[in-house]
Write a protein that binds this ligand. Structure first.
Ligand code: NDP
Length: 463
């Protein structure tokens, strides 16, 4: 019999929190979980899920155009933003209900309140003022979009949080940032008919991705009509008399636009959580410091997901939660494996990637083989769309292992999931070569690139 009110108290009802609470409760532990906003967290409520729904919505304009080439005549088209927002709301409410149901069925106590640490094993519930104790506490409170306080006029800007629920679809938008969120939203807004400009401080968008994909996507987005301003930043934002926004940029003068959206990274939700009181250390970015088993510096307190700023991705938070359960409740110490995480950017065209980018692989391996194909996908033939697909495999010549796989084009995210298995299994290029193609698909290119396009030795391209 435990001396605590709960075996486990979870703060935060997002992907990592819900998974740990549900699994622990299903094992018969006495569990409570507290969420101050809506169950489902960023992913379900204002992240991955609504984003993907909006991506689908934004693709119809091109689908209608493409249909002509396949013999269809498409009648009058009209887009209703409010209808999309309402449909999205209905879907995320349904998912939120499923999250709650999963917790309830497992026997976890669901609390709709903010919770803060008040001691090593103690949590205060804001809704009631009550303090409860728990043998173990998991902090899985996620993060929020950086408000970029240093920018004069930042309060006139929106972030991804607001973008999903704007009263009106703006006629024009300026999006700052060159990462996942900036790029995905630029494509969403453009697809919905908004005049879209992206402004990014670096030389090329998506700094952590393979160069070919970065350049290829940049060109494809510009071809669609998205304006991309690189090596520039917004210096201030003000409101014009007509209520529009005036963004002063460093290099491109003033940009007058309906909305300015900041997508400049996300910061951990660690403010006023009582971390110091409980002895939980954070780093200079405010992220909770954890060891390989998600243990914080305070005994009995664990942290999972975006609040630890290891890799800010939903499946990673879920994986970390499952490792926590294995370690703490199944006597099977398991540390999260953050190596070779496949990921997708739901840009248009999409990016799917796993493993190292060419630059990184060229630094790491003495000799690197690069297999690269650039082609027009079959579905772009009859539609007449000038769409190019890029596929790339990076192979360490010494052991023939595929160390990076990168795709730009339709369904790249779906392909990345399966490539993730191959790379995780340590497949060699010979394994790819021995694999029969699935015809006719775009993905077959991945197993039919028999000769390297070029080689790099000590980072230098061989003639
Ligand atoms: P990212 O880290 O992907 O991108 C942040 C962008 O902001 C970068 O381009 C960065 O530039 C730029 N930036 C940061 N600080 C400044 C500054 N002071 N001035 C100008 N530019 C700045 O963050 P996001 O906000 O796009 O997304 C957050 C995280 O959420 C992602 O890292 C990802 O893990 C996750 N996510 C995943 C998605 C998916 O799986 N499809 C979708 C959306 C989000 P630089 O590159 O030069 O540093």
């Amino acid at each position: 019999m435990t001396a605590f009110d709960y075996d486990l108290f979870v703060i935060g009802g997002g992907s990592g929190g819900v998974r740990s609470a549900r699994l622990a409760a299903a094992l018969g532990k006495k569990v409570a979980i507290a969420e101050e906003f809506r169950y489902g967290g960023t992913c379900v409520i204002r992240g991955c899920v609504p984003k993907k729904l909006y991506v689908y919505a934004s693709q119809f304009a091109e689908h209608f155009e493409d249909a002509l080439g396949f013999g269809w005549s498409v009648g009058e088209r009209r887009f209703d933003w409010q209808k999309l927002v309402a449909a999205k709301e209905q879907e995320i409410t349904r998912l939120e209900g499923l999250y709650r149901k999963g917790l309830a069925n497992a026997g976890a106590e669901i609390l709709d309140t903010r919770a803060e640490l008040v001691g090593p094993n103690e949590v205060r519930l804001s809704a009631t003022g009550k303090t409860v104790s728990a043998e173990r506490i998991v902090i899985a409170v996620g993060g929020h979009p950086s408000p970029h306080d240093a920018l004069p006029g930042h309060e006139l800007c929106i972030t991804s949080n607001e973008a999903f629920d704007l009263d009106q679809l703006p006629k024009s938008i300026l999006i700052a940032g060159g990462g996942y969120i900036a790029v995905e939203f630029a494509n969403i807004f453009h697809g919905l008919g908004v005049e879209t400009t992206l402004i990014y401080r670096g030389k090329e968008i998506l700094s952590r991705f393979d160069q070919d994909l970065r350049r290829g996507l940049h060109a494809a987005m510009e071809e669609k009509g998205i304006r991309i301003l690189c090596e520039d930043i917004i210096q201030s934002v003000s409101a014009g008399r007509d209520g529009r926004r005036i963004a002063a940029t460093m290099k491109h003068g003033e940009i007058v636009t309906d909305q300015v959206m900041l997508a400049l990274g996300r910061v951990p939700n660690t403010r006023s959580l009582g971390l110091e009181t409980a002895g939980v250390k954070t780093d200079e970015r405010g992220a909770i410091v954890v060891d390989a088993y998600s243990r914080t510096t305070a005994p009995g307190i664990f942290a999972l997901g975006d609040v630890t700023d290891r890799v800010q991705l939903t499946p990673v938070a879920i994986h970390e939660a499952m490792c926590f359960i294995e370690t703490e409740y199944k006597n099977n110490p398991t540390s999260p494996d953050h190596d070779l995480i496949a990921t997708a950017v739901f840009s248009q065209p999409e990016i799917g990637t796993v493993g190292m980018a060419e630059d990184e692989a060229a630094r790491r391996f003495a000799e690197l083989e690069v297999y690269r194909a650039e082609f027009r996908p079959m579905r772009a033939t009859l539609s007449g769309r000038k769409e190019k697909m890029i596929m790339k495999l990076l192979v360490n010549a010494a052991d023939r292992k595929v160390v990076g796989a990168h795709i730009l084009g339709h369904d790249a995210g779906e392909m990345a999931q399966l490539l993730g298995i191959s790379l995780k299994a340590g497949c060699t290029k010979d394994d790819f070569d021995r694999t029969m193609a699935v015809h006719p698909t775009a993905a077959e290119e991945l197993v039919t690139m028999y000769q390297p396009s070029y080689r790099l030795r000590n980072g230098e391209r061989l003639p």
